[in-house]
Design a protein around this ligand. Structure first.
Ligand code: 13P
Length: 250
């Protein structure tokens, strides 16, 4: 049985004090979510060392939103995977479309980040997905296949087992436009097949999250699809009630 998972990507939102309040509200309401759904939150770097202990004590997983491609050294402004692991972070979002688009992160750089995260015991939440023009040209299958070929298929089976994949169509992120449940299932099944062609039965256990304008009103239909194992939530994860309601949509 694959795990059910709902992860909240706070992006560059909340001051430290606002983040503390939001994390406290999520911890307070966690009991209202089904026990078999793993909740994860990804606050900004500045919040992680203070928020990780109370979140983890409540059984909420803690993720970073990014990590450096190098292990350590003269890389001003970067945060290494080892630093994250040292403060109790367990997961790391890698390859979000906003990092690919605004910070020029290529699949080659992302493979390095994935390896850095794996080396220190973090679970990468690796993001893939096509932009609108690629979807309209019918190229979405090729785009996600290439993203996987370049950054995930080179991994060993033992490393691959620790990967979570988030399919986030870029045209659905922050736009209010969600992929239909049918579109999500179609491409999630395709992604699982690409993974299975390399990793065999291990791919049946890979958690595949959907992300992009996922909210309480549409999460139920999305999560009911056989290859959608949960969500990576942006805007709606900033409201504790909505985040918990999404977990209740399974
Ligand atoms: P929204 O839920 O705000 O569309 O963001 C999705 C996302 O990018 C999560 O990583």
């Amino acid at each position: 049985m694959r795990k059910k998972m709902v992860a909240g990507n706070w992006k560059m939102n909340t001051t430290f004090q606002e983040g503390e309040t939001l994390a406290g509200a999520i911890v307070g309401k966690k009991g209202e979510a089904p026990g078999d759904v793993l909740l994860i939150v990804a606050p900004p770097f500045t919040h992680l060392s203070a928020l990780a202990p109370p979140l983890k004590a409540a059984g909420v997983g803690v993720a970073a939103q990014n990590c450096a491609a190098e292990a350590q050294g003269a890389y001003t402004g970067e945060v290494s995977a080892r630093m994250l692991a040292s403060i109790g972070v367990q997961y790391c979002i890698i390859g979000h479309s906003e990092r690919r688009e605004y910070y020029g992160e290529t699949n080659a750089v992302l493979l390095k980040k994935v390896r850095q995260a794996l080396d220190v015991g973090l679970h990468p939440i690796f993001c893939i997905g096509e932009v609108l023009a690629e979807r309209e040209a019918g190229r979405h299958f090729d785009v996600v296949r290439t993203q996987l070929e370049d950054a995930i298929l080179p991994l060993s089976p033992a490393d691959f087992e620790r990967i979570i994949i988030a399919y986030e169509p870029v045209w659905a992120i922050g736009t209010g436009k969600t992929a239909t449940a049918g579109q999500a299932q179609e491409i999630h099944a395709y992604i699982r097949n690409v993974l299975a062609a390399k990793f065999g039965a291990l791919a049946h256990d890979t958690v595949l999250l959907y992300g992009g304008s996922c909210k309480p009103s549409n999460a139920g239909e999305l999560f009911a699809q056989p290859d959608v194992d949960g969500g990576l939530i942006g805007g709606a994860s900033l409201v504790a009630d909505d985040f918990i309601a999404i977990a209740n949509a399974f």
